[in-house]
Design a protein around this ligand. Structure first.
Ligand code: ZN
Length: 131
């Protein structure tokens, strides 16, 4: 298993990590298979969505904030229950098909690290399955 480090700069953000994952494939000469991109944190997740218009990321974060406000009727003493809930909605991982050494993403798709309790230094685990 390999990992990449993501440094987030705000409490909540969606960071495009597509080029880091592509670089991992290139540096390990991985040509055909499946890469799993997994977040081992309880207040950060991984998702795939549009990377062309940054307003899409803004709208996703704004909608999540409306659904799960930072301050609410929560019991978790750490004060970051919204981050835990948003993380469960987004999910911890994605899998992407790799052909000819390239991530098989749709034209507008990018892989995002979803930060809900930053800024922090985060790990993203990568696992390769040859096929
Ligand atoms: Zn917590």
């Amino acid at each position: 298993m390999d990992s990449i480090t993501v440094k987030t700069r705000t409490r909540q953000c969606l960071m495009d990590i597509t080029s880091e994952v592509q670089q991992y494939l290139k540096s390990h000469n991985l040509i055909s298979g499946i890469v799993t991109i997994y977040c081992p944190h309880t207040t950060g997740g991984i998702t795939i969505n549009e990377g062309a218009d940054p307003d899409v990321m803004r709208d996703i974060l704004a909608f999540l904030e409306k659904m799960v406000p930072h301050r609410g009727d929560y019991r978790h003493a750490e004060g970051n229950s919204d981050a835990h809930i948003k993380t469960s909605i987004i999910g911890p991982s994605v899998q992407v098909i790799v052909e000819d050494g390239r991530l098989m993403l749709g034209t507008w798709q990018k892989i995002f690290f979803a930060e809900f309790d930053g800024p922090r230094s985060r790990k993203v685990w990568l696992k390769w399955l040859q096929g």
